[in-house]
Design a protein around this ligand. Sequence first.
Ligand code: PAF
Length: 281
Amino acid sequence: MDTLNSPRELAVWKAAHARCAFVPTMGNLHAGHVSLVDKARLTGLPVIASIFVNPLQFGAGEDFERYPRTFEQDCEQLKAAGCHAVFAPSVEDMYPQPQAYFVEPPELANELCGQYRPGHFRGMLTVVLKLFNMVQPAIAAFGKKDYQQLALIRGMTAQMNLPIEILAGETTRAEDGLALSSRNGYLSTLERKEAPRLYHCLKQIADALSSGRTDFEELETQALGTLYQHNWKVDYVSIRRPDLAPAINEGSAFVILGAAHLGNTRLIDNVEVPAIKAAAK
Ligand code: PAF
């Protein structure tokens, strides 16, 4: 695997690998990231991952400083997964001058996580666009665990006419249901035991919707109640349509999204509900 530590080294690699598949990450890799590399490898294109903890997408008081940086282990995992190259620029490489031009996201960026992390999606989309311009991949893979992020990246790619196919990877879960995330490492032993409850609350709503219930507010309120009872500080639990518009149509597909804090750790998760097929007559 080639290690590219600067945009210059990336440009040299790109000269020999014009068409490639790209897996952008912030490092501290886990099986979820590896599954994205696997997905990218299935395209048959050389696969390049990036590792860059992007200061632009962290707000004041968030975990930019303490975000785990585990470059050596990350490279071992990428190599074992058959990744062909890793691009690991410095903050100075990505932002040689203070960034003055940004991707202006749509209103969706102010909802759900955006309501609690102002500026997050603007910073995320800006770095993704910069990485896309540097790597110029034919294909890029992102996880569905960050459902809202994926929706915004898809929207940006389409509306900015970027010639990149976006692949979506399923969420990888621990045996008890907890979605794998770099932030899980912040959890204490007790918090780790409690953490799968977020997924199980969302799954309960999904099962209720699958059985035909459409009392969205009541279902959200029940989940909030359960999480509060177990000392979570909840940002939101929200039933939406797959494009993240409000859930109003009966019988359509849904996604249930949640974000909540356990102690000092903010966890997010979501569960998709496919469209309920009309009963055969
Ligand atoms: O999902 C992430 O790891 C980050 O938000 C991304 C897409 C690599 C941009 O920094």
